[in-house]
Design a binder for this molecule. Structure first.
Ligand code: ZN
Ligand code: ZN
Length: 371
């Protein structure tokens, strides 16, 4: 927790100090979606941010705690310690809050049905798949109600007992002495997190959270023309709803892999075509392998290094619109690095014919003997 102590809670959520509760809530939801561990598997920095964001929101979303924080820059806790995150323990506590938020208890929600949270995931596709579109079956991690305990978090056969810290009220009083006088504030009980009850024996399956991680197979259709950063929405494949509410949605953020041959630029594709010096000088016909098949390219004589041929309509399809981009073929004229004596002689002859002076190796004389 020490790492957060110096950080300003408003800065963590990226809101001004005079932000309304609504603005704070919006900023929080946006950040939680971005840094959620499910969206950033294995990213410890994102996890750290996620914890900070949750801890900052816990204080700033509560008008009383926020006022206290604004005034003293700190929130005391029941054990008499101080620091802005006093009422929180370790990761487990915060994760408890996340579970609550996943299941819709956002900022003290009503008892009615609540829509499940959305899930955001990255989906990798190849350039070829982006060209044609593709159907994929993916595995989506979700939190679902634990089947062993039916979401109660209690081992079957065991019940709950009244919380000994708050006596079942779910709240604790905090007495604080400050230079301005004594204050009493009421906050959520850190032991039972406001529920007033403690589970007698935690469920062996879910560890008391009431939720288990389940990998759900989802079939998705990736439309042709997708590019990195495109978000696909799959309705109803997010987290379970609460109290009969509909499930959230699944958002897939597309990441198109880079290609060995083709470089994509919007809907256009770029590729290089290597020509030998004689091919470039005299012209030729080349069969070029485009991303979607072969194309016969007629190279006129005297084509220059760096010249670009535009093959219309052979680039990437436009996403959800008719038409396609172009394929741009960049000419690279190769100068030979290794030559036989005979080839050197022929080039010397060419140099002589073109009236240019070159470093002579006497190959022209040798060539005459060879011919
Ligand atoms: Zn369970
Ligand atoms: Zn309690």
């Amino acid at each position: 927790m020490g790492a957060f102590d110096d950080k300003d809670l408003y800065e963590i959520l990226g809101v001004p100090r005079n932000a309304t509760q609504d603005e704070i809530k919006k900023a929080y939801r946006r950040l939680v979606r971005k840094y959620h561990p499910d969206a950033n598997p294995g990213d410890s920095e994102a996890e750290q941010r996620f914890k900070e964001i949750n801890a900052a929101y816990e204080i700033l979303s509560d008008p009383q705690k926020r006022q206290q924080y604004d005034q003293f820059g700190t929130i005391g806790d029941a054990q008499g310690g101080s620091g802005p995150f006093g009422p929180f323990g370790g990761f487990g506590d915060i994760f408890g809050d996340i579970f609550d938020s996943i299941f819709g208890n956002f900022g003290g929600a009503s008892q009615g049905p609540v829509k499940g949270q959305d899930i955001e995931m990255r989906l990798d596709v190849s350039l070829e798949e982006a060209l044609t579109g593709v159907s994929k079956e993916i595995s989506v991690p979700r939190w679902e109600r634990c089947k062993r305990c039916d979401g109660t978090g209690a081992e079957p056969g065991y019940g709950t007992k009244v919380c000994s810290v708050c006596g079942g009220t779910g709240q604790v009083e905090q007495h604080r002495r400050t230079p301005f006088g004594s204050f009493v504030s009421v906050t959520v009980c850190p032991e039972c997190k406001g529920k007033g009850k403690i589970i007698e024996k935690v469920c062996g399956e879910c560890g008391g959270s009431g939720k288990t991680r389940v990998y759900r197979k989802v079939k998705v259709t990736v439309p042709k023309g997708v590019d990195t950063g495109v978000r696909l929405r799959i309705q109803g494949e997010g987290m379970e709803g609460l109290r009969g509410g509909p499930p959230g949605d699944l958002f897939l953020v597309i990441s198109v892999a880079s290609h060995d041959i083709f470089k994509r630029e919007g809907d256009n594709l770029h590729m290089s075509l290597h020509l030998s010096f004689p091919e470039a000088a005299l012209g030729c016909e080349k069969e070029v392998e485009l991303l979607d098949g072969r194309y016969k390219l007629d190279i006129p004589q005297g084509v220059q290094n760096g010249h670009v041929f535009k093959i219309k309509g052979r680039g990437m399809p436009r996403l959800r619109r008719p038409g396609r981009g172009d394929c741009l073929v960049h000419i690279v004229v190769d100068i030979p690095k290794k030559l036989t004596d005979k080839q050197k002689g022929l080039i010397e002859a060419l140099a002589k014919e073109m009236n240019v002076s070159v470093k002579s190796g006497g190959f022209l004389e040798k060539l005459k003997n060879l011919l």
